[in-house]
Design a protein around this ligand. Structure first.
Ligand code: GTP
Ligand code: MG
Length: 136
């Protein structure tokens, strides 16, 4: 069934939010099929945020995502991509409604706790970028 790539960013890991966040995906009925605490090197960060390379905050973004371990996950289930995005909420936590992960745990658009892939095609690319084929 459909797979999404979801990643708790360094601020979420540092703040001890892994359990709370995984719990929300599981309660929704989505399945955690692969997960790993890992560091993101600069090359992977630049590829992951390639669509934002011309933004003024690109360098800040790369430094932030490489600043400490992330918790990378493959989430599986019906509508995994869209349903993950719904649980996560809008990009800017200051504008995200309560009940969403960003709405409940964030305030900062840069350090916004979690990433979720935005399409089924991008989910495939991101899963291959962050996990070796043998892992899933
Ligand atoms: P992701 O799930 O992390 O991909 O977020 P998104 O799909 O909601 O947003 P997008 O892909 O457009 O942006 C990727 C990330 O760039 C965001 O999650 C933020 O961490 C960061 N970002 C977006 N806009 C800004 C901004 O205006 N300033 C800064 N510093 N970071 C931003
Ligand atoms: Mg995005």
């Amino acid at each position: 069934s459909e797979k999404a790539f979801v990643m708790i960013k360094p601020d979420g890991v540092e703040r001890g939010l892994i359990g709370e966040i995984v719990n929300r995906f599981e309660k929704k009925g989505l399945k955690l099929v692969r997960a790993e605490l890992k560091s993101v090197d600069r090359a992977v960060a630049e590829a992951h945020y390639g669509h934002l390379r011309h933004k003024p905050f690109f360098e800040e973004l790369v430094e932030y995502i490489t600043s400490g371990p992330v918790f990378a996950m493959i989430i599986e289930g019906a509508g995994a991509v869209q349903n993950s995005r719904s649980l996560i909420g809008p990009t800017n936590p200051a504008e995200a409604p309560p009940g969403t992960i960003r709405g409940d745990f964030g305030l900062d658009v840069a350090a916004n706790v979690i990433h979720g892939s935005d399409s089924v095609d991008n989910a495939k690319v991101e899963i291959e970028r962050f996990f070796s084929k043998l892992d899933y």
